[in-house]
Design a protein around this ligand. Structure first.
Ligand code: FAD
Length: 508
């Protein structure tokens, strides 16, 4: 039973087809019609804060069957679309539906995490933070994460889901063995590598185009008790990438369990400069340790090693010292801290609390995420980090290597061609205009960066892509475009699902 339908009442709501749509849906589902202004507002916004699009209705399904009935009802109308909304952490309105139905996937999440010995069955609307906490009760944990865990399972699996473990286990989409999906025809299907494989692989990284993920089976591993979290400073991009690539291509017992990195400004700015590197309030970044001639930007390699309470402290120290001895960071510019595995995985929560306190969490976030091939990343650094963004973006500028062979090319995510490519994330945080720069200016800067990559013929792709025209989407998917279109025709022939991605138009 769907809990309620929030109808958006506009002054000019005389548009009769809107009324018809509402009554079609209400009748088909025997809904109670109520208005919930707070929920209405959240369905028309996302973390990006750039677009605001009002849906016709915001529904809270309480079962997979509710989702299926709703899609079948939308299918019987000539123009309704349906968007699953995970936790609304998209940047460019991807979970919105202009005068369509938005489904609150969080309402499917309650009590929905079942932990086995090798995998967990979780709702598509569960947050990764909820999955972590439940699995840790059994001493287990998923293998591949995102940096921030207030994202839903269905939301990240629709894109990829990457963090510092992805070099070893692949993205989150490589760590799922089965899905329950309601496709665009309102059919509920179980899919896996051997059962309905095209829907399974299509949905992974599928930008919500082929079905709504209502359940996922996530691979687990024994969870460590503790983590040694380490940051190392580099002045030269070549040294930084050499060490990062060295670590992500070692065997499992000969490297760290997590490898990431970021670029920061060589100044005292507390949000973008040297003070962002130390891991504990008692630690300080001493600029006197830097060589005399350093540039305007510096690089930080961020590592983590898992261990258990039963491991002797000296064993951990020895293992870390042995690993660090092989790396070429600036001598003594290293920071280390020990914390529980849960604290480590929830580390971004502290940054979220700070950003909420100073209003930056609710300001617009014109973020840009790219995958840039190893072959072009040094040139990208030279032009973008060392010049265009040398003052920073107000928040983290992540850069770390990933391995193409850890991604399954049957999924829908598109990647650069080379085996090693870098995740580049420009996570802009600035006060809302006029206190901070105008959003349009920042969006233009993003466009300049992307256009520069195209103009130079870089081997790169947008991650969490945002395009508006078919021509751009075709270019994005390249030789995978025809497969993507065929999957759409097979699983969502009327193009009802995820209209906010702006890839296909609703068909009758
Ligand atoms: P939403 O924004 O609600 O939805 C995203 C898209 O997926 C929409 O098209 C929606 O219709 C569709 N969708 C949602 N749920 C489902 C479902 N169950 N079935 C089918 N389609 C669905 N990404 C990383 O890879 N690594 C990171 O470290 C990382 N960190 C982030 C930190 C922050 C603070 C933010 C804001 C984002 C971060 N992201 C990261 C990006 C994030 O993975 C994506 O934006 C993701 O889509 C957000 O999940 P969500 O649950 O909020 O999805």
């Amino acid at each position: 039973m769907i809990a309620y339908l929030e109808r958006f009442v506009h002054e000019n709501d005389a548009e009769s087809n809107q009324d018809d749509d509402v009554s079609t849906i209400s009748n088909a589902l025997e809904l109670k019609s109520t208005i919930d202004a707070a929920a209405a507002v959240s369905a028309s916004k996302d973390f990006g804060g750039i677009y605001s699009v009002e849906p016709l209705a915001f529904l809270k399904p309480s079962s997979t069957e509710d989702v299926a009935r709703l899609i079948r009802a939308a299918s019987s109308s000539p123009n309704l679309t349906v968007a699953a909304r995970g936790n609304g952490h998209s940047i460019n309105g991807q979970a919105m539906a202009d005068r369509g139905i938005v489904l609150d996937m969080r309402s499917l999440a309650t009590g929905s995490i079942h932990v086995g010995s090798a995998y967990a069955d979780v709702s598509g609307g569960a947050l990764w933070e909820e999955v972590l906490k439940r699995c840790l009760e059994f001493g287990l944990a998923p293998r591949s994460w995102t940096d921030y865990l207030s994202l839903t399972v269905g939301g990240t699996l629709s894109n990829g889901g990457v963090s510092g473990q992805a070099f070893r286990y692949g993205p989150q989409t490589s760590n799922v063995t089965e899905l329950e999906v309601v496709n665009g025809k309102g059919e509920t299907l179980i899919c896996s590598e051997s059962e309905n494989p095209d829907l399974f692989f299509g949905s992974l990284g599928g930008l919500g185009q082929f079905g709504i993920i209502t359940r996922a089976r996530i691979l687990l591993q024994p969870a460590p008790d503790m983590v040694r979290w380490i940051r190392l400073v580099y002045t030269e991009f070549e040294d930084f990438t050499r060490d990062a690539e060295f670590l992500v291509t070692r065997s499992e017992n000969d490297s760290f369990d997590y490898v990431e990195g970021f670029v920061f400004s060589n100044n005292d700015n507390p949000l973008t400069g040297r003070p962002t590197v130390p891991l504990h309030p008692t630690q300080e970044f001493d600029p006197n340790l830097l060589p005399r001639c350093t540039g305007s930007v510096l690089y930080c390699l961020e590592l983590a090693l898992h261990y258990n309470n039963t491991d002797h402290p000296s064993t951990v120290d020895t293992a870390v010292t042995r690993q660090l001895a092989r790396l070429g960071f600036v001598e003594r510019l290293e920071f280390q801290v020990d914390l529980s595995y849960m604290e480590f995985l929830l580390r971004v929560k502290r940054a979220e609390e700070d950003a909420k306190a100073n209003g930056m969490w609710d300001a617009p976030h014109p973020w840009l995420n790219l995958f840039v091939s190893k072959s072009d990343v040094a040139e990208f650094d030279r032009v973008v980090f060392k010049n265009l963004l040398k003052e920073g973006v107000g928040g983290p500028m992540l850069i770390y290597p990933l391995l193409r062979s850890k991604w399954d090319n049957r999924t829908s995510t598109v990647l650069p061609d080379g085996e090693i490519f870098y995740l580049v994330a420009l996570l802009r945080f600035s006060p809302a205009y006029p206190k901070g720069p105008s959003v349009d200016k920042l969006i233009d800067q993003n466009k300049d960066i992307v256009n520069y990559c195209f103009a130079k013929g870089f081997d790169f792709k947008l991650y969490l892509p945002h395009y508006r025209t078919e021509k751009e989407w075709k270019r994005h998917f390249g030789n995978q475009w025809s497969r993507f279109v065929q999957r759409k025709l097979n699983f969502d022939p009327k193009a009802i699902l995820a209209p906010g991605q702006k890839i296909f138009s609703r068909r009758i």
